[in-house]
Design a protein around this ligand. Structure first.
Ligand code: NDP
Length: 267
């Protein structure tokens, strides 16, 4: 069953292949119940971020689920706007506090540049943030560290100064968004890819070719999109606030044939 399957990161830590995304889920009841329903239905991996503003509800749901902490993999992120050594330490502590946890499983630099200035060269600031993250990692308060939205040109200068190779790069990846350059760069370094927006934030679910493929396999278009990412060896973190969708998005224990994967690759 996919919910029980894991990948092993380059430091030996295991990450569940499927998780629940929580971007754009408002703090409060909605975030709380989305996470609680996911955990009650077998999910063991939750993706949040300080920037999503919902860490408190995510943490409350984790606690109320009654599931042992060590069975749940929690990812959160250093806001793209906050870069540098000191602020990274401060943000990490704030996330820990908001989540109400003693440790975090995966901490990521949310993006190589602030969202308000995409493309800005923040090489030095990212190196400083990475140094702080390595220090946190050495304390054991985080089990793995990584980056998000990083292209090879952002990772290379980090590696030149780093003690640890990032364990994860969380990037936009879905049918029609192949990210070949970044994936080909990360693979030999054993930097695992997480596919974010696996449903293209809902935008590809109405695609006719995906719908007809879904019909062929007697599954939903969302299940085709999620399964596609899994067969590309990525971690996948679909978001939903609807209980039935949270459940059905995890029912992806079918196999898309190699031939059909090639068809999807062409989209
Ligand atoms: P997804 O690609 O997961 O799509 C979510 C959308 O699809 C929502 O509108 C949801 O609506 C809808 N949906 C989900 N399941 C179904 C279904 N079975 N049938 C029909 N509609 C469905 O979107 P996200 O962009 O949120 O990406 C997933 C996660 O990736 C984020 O939540 C976040 O955790 C992470 N992420 C990380 C980023 C980064 O910079 N690191 C950037 C973007 C995302 P509803 O909720 O109503 O079901």
């Amino acid at each position: 069953m996919i919910l029980q399957e894991t990948y092993t990161l380059n430091n030996g830590v295991k990450v569940p292949k499927l998780g629940l995304g929580t971007w754009q889920i408002p703090d409060g009841e909605e975030a709380y119940y989305s996470v609680l329903w996911a955990l009650q239905n077998g999910y063991r991996h939750i993706d949040t971020a300080m920037a999503y503003g919902n860490e408190a509800s995510v943490g409350r749901a984790i606690k109320d689920s009654g599931i042992a902490r060590e069975e749940i993999f929690v990812t959160t992120k250093l806001p793209a706007e906050h870069k540098g050594y000191k602020i990274t330490h401060q943000c990490f502590e704030k996330s820990l506090e908001a989540l109400g946890l003693d440790y975090i499983d995966l901490y990521l630099i949310h993006a190589p540049w602030p969202w308000s200035n995409i493309g800005k060269d923040c090489t030095q600031e990212n190196i400083e943030s990475w140094k702080a993250m390595e220090e946190i990692y050495d304390t054991g308060k985080v089990k793995a560290i990584g980056v998000s939205n990083f292209e090879p040109k952002h990772i290379k200068p980090l590696l030149a100064e780093a003690k640890y190779v990032p364990m994860m790069n969380q990037i936009r990846f879905h049918i029609g968004e192949k990210q070949e350059e970044t994936i080909n760069y990360c693979k030999p370094l054993d930097i695992r890819i997480t596919a974010y927006s696996p449903l293209a934030t809902g935008r590809i679910l109405g695609n006719k070719a995906i719908a007809s493929m879904a019909e062929k396999y007697k599954v939903t278009p969302a299940q085709i999109c999620i399964r596609y990412c899994l067969q590309k060896d990525t971690v996948v973190i679909p978001k939903s606030t609807k209980k039935e969708r949270i459940i059905s998005n995890s029912q992806v224990d079918f196999v898309i044939s190699e031939e059909d994967m090639k068809v999807l690759d062409q989209m």
